[in-house]
Design a protein around this ligand. Structure first.
Ligand SMILES: CC(C)(COP(=O)(O)OP(=O)(O)OC[C@H]1O[C@@H](n2cnc3c(N)ncnc32)[C@H](O)[C@@H]1OP(=O)(O)O)[C@@H](O)C(=O)NCCC(=O)NCCS
Length: 344
């Protein structure tokens, strides 16, 4: 049997036309073992590349039995429970990672990231906006937007309220995955597909998009845009911004190294190396002209911020007297930064 990239048994919601709105995978598997794939293959053919199969109770019982015989206890137990489900159940097999062709496939990938089985940027998520439908996320689960008025009316007729929490293509992560060792003050601000490393705290102002996240431990009171990854020990101050690559033409992938501080209301449009600090309120875009200062805080040159991208031990500030953006060695840094001391 050829190796699979990933697989998952999921339970989800379809609209009245039978189109998938969302899928929950209790225990997705990245890089599944041959033993697991062979056991599933006895019931559903796994060698067809990427596929999704809607399963009935009989198939699920057969898969459960086959998994049990192969001593795949966790997946056997899930298949057994799903065989009792009143909601649609799907088996997603990803043979090779390519653009998602279906909602279940896209959801499996988002789960893999939020379960910390795959890092942001390690999976092909291109075109995911075109695959995922816009959905009303309600206290009764996902509802197709066209069907929402009728469902709200029906709820009212029964003296109930259908409460719409948000309308979006992505649900909140915590309705699907709660990784261990995290604190999230407002769960609506972390989308499924976010990667939160152990020891991450997301305060109320913090936000984490899909395909983005933290290595942990981290303190996040600002925005981690899609595609941005933040190294361990870094602190994103209140209301700060990391520039995303989804809109606005930016194509530099932003990242933050280890032990950085992005001050309150600051922002970055360049990747930062380790132990960098950005002064509160200062937004550094790639083209920002930066005056380089030596240890005596004397100007020694000028650079565009993009030329300093990814370098360690930098402190960016806006000179409160002249208004110029300045860069000097971060004094808390252990090593001096060569760019600031080259004197050329
Ligand atoms: C940029 C920052 C890190 C500088 O802090 P610092 O390294 O402690 O620097 P200090 O305030 O001690 O200042 C050191 C010197 O630089 C000068 N200085 C600091 N910021 C300056 C600026 N923007 N323009 C000109 N001079 C400045 C100070 O006046 C001081 O000069 P002195 O030695 O002549 O007295 C700090 O101002 C900052 O913005 N921190 C972010 C905090 C934050 O937002 N945390 C998140 C909370 S949610």
């Amino acid at each position: 049997m050829t190796a699979l990239h990933s697989l998952g048994l999921g339970i989800g919601t379809q609209n009245s036309k039978g189109e998938w709105l969302e899928v929950y995978f209790p225990c997705p598997v990245f890089n599944p073992s041959e033993n697991l794939v062979n056991a599933i293959n006895d019931v559903v053919e796994c060698g067809k590349g990427n596929s999704l199969t809607t399963l009935n109770a009989k198939q699920l019982k057969a898969i459960c039995e086959s998994l049990r015989e192969a001593d795949e206890k966790d997946q056997a137990s899930i298949a057994g429970s799903l065989s009792e489900s009143e909601r649609p159940v799907v088996l997603v097999l990803i043979g090779s990672d390519s653009k998602s062709q279906s909602v279940p496939e896209a959801y499996l990938k988002l789960h893999l990231i939020s379960h910390r089985l795959a890092k942001p940027h390690s999976l092909v998520l291109d075109g995911i906006f075109g695959v995922l439908p816009n959905v009303a996320w309600t206290n009764k689960g996902a509802i197709d937007l066209e069907e929402l008025p009728q469902r709200q009316f029906e709820a009212r007729l029964k003296g109930k309220t259908l409460s719409v929490n948000c309308i979006d293509k992505f649900p909140r992560m915590t309705d699907y995955v709660v990784p261990n060792g995290v604190r999230i003050a407002d769960t609506a601000r972390v989308r499924l597909g976010a990667y939160l490393g152990e020891g991450t705290t997301i305060m109320h102002e913090g936000f984490v998009n899909f395909n983005a996240g933290t290595e942990g431990p981290n303190m996040v009171e600002g925005r981690i845009s899609a595609g941005v990854f933040v190294g361990s020990g870094s602190d994103l101050g209140g209301g700060c911004s990391t520039m995303g690559t989804l809109s606005g033409g930016g194509n530099i992938i932003i990242s933050v190294g280890k032990e950085c501080l992005i001050g309150a209301n600051a922002g970055i449009g360049i990747p930062l190396g380790d132990r960098c600090t950005v002064e509160a309120g200062l937004y550094i875009t790639a083209g920002t002209k930066v005056v380089l200062l030596d240890d005596q805080r004397k100007p020694v040159g000028e650079a565009r911020a993009r030329d300093l991208a990814g370098q360690d031990d930098l402190l960016f500030r806006r000179n409160s007297t002249t208004g110029a953006v300045e860069c000097l060695t971060n004094q808390s840094a252990v090593a001096l930064n060569e760019a600031l001391h080259a004197h050329n």
